[in-house]
Design a protein. Sequence first.
Length: 287
Amino acid sequence: MKKCVLYKKEKNNLKCIACSHQCLISKGKTGICGVRGNIDGQLYLLVYGRIAAKHIDPVEKKPLYHFLPNTYTYSIGTVGCNFRCGFCQNYDIAQFKEFHKNIFGEKITSKQIVEETLKNNCKSIAYTYNEPTIFIEFVHDTAKLAKNQGLKNIMVTNGYMTKECLEYIAPYIDAMNIDLKSFNDEFYKKICRARLQPVLDTIKRAHEKGIHIEITTLIIPGENDSEKELEKIAKFIASIDKNIPWHISRFFPMYKMKDKPVTSIAKLKQAEKIGKKYLKYVYVGNV
Ligand code: SF4
């Protein structure tokens, strides 16, 4: 546990400014993510130095296809999330409050993570599995140390970070895979309990900062797979840079969306065709 950097005092509450929810947190409470808590008038990151998942993955698994290809990335995540997606693949850690009473995770320091990364011949560290924005101070401290050792840093993110959060982390982040889950604000509200615009803003801002970006969209039958919506996503990405790779990912029934069918190959091919009208690099994943 460590004091957060990204928050402000507001009357009797604390306003967290890590993600676009900007939760107002009263004494003894945590924000929506469940890992940033007001303890006696100071905001603390309760998962600082406590990781709930770690793996050594090919960087292509993040997915990043145009960044350090054929290398491994030391991947870590904590518990908690600022979204509530019914299709979450890591719901056991992301939505930990549904399944566990308390925060959990192996204690580890930034220094140990960097040492492990070097020892295992990984070229980068990926902050992934759950949303790294919610544990941004731990990302920051680890990424800074890693950069000093010649390593690269990757965030796999839903893009819901504030401008302040991006300013804070950008000097140490080399690449991001950002989910653009839909181009419909209603989808974000209903399924993720969030909004679309902050995600679009992050994509634009991260690109402006020169961070390498790749975008992922999970195609969920009946939710975000209309021709019109896929076209809007592809056009938006192209309006920033047509060289940004777009990963179209196949949905499998999961967590609270077990009643939905698997995305058909025909639909994935249609999405790929639409993407290629506007973008140079379109990849179909999860097949
Ligand atoms: S990271 Fe987001 S969800 Fe968590 S406390 Fe801060 S504003 Fe709320």
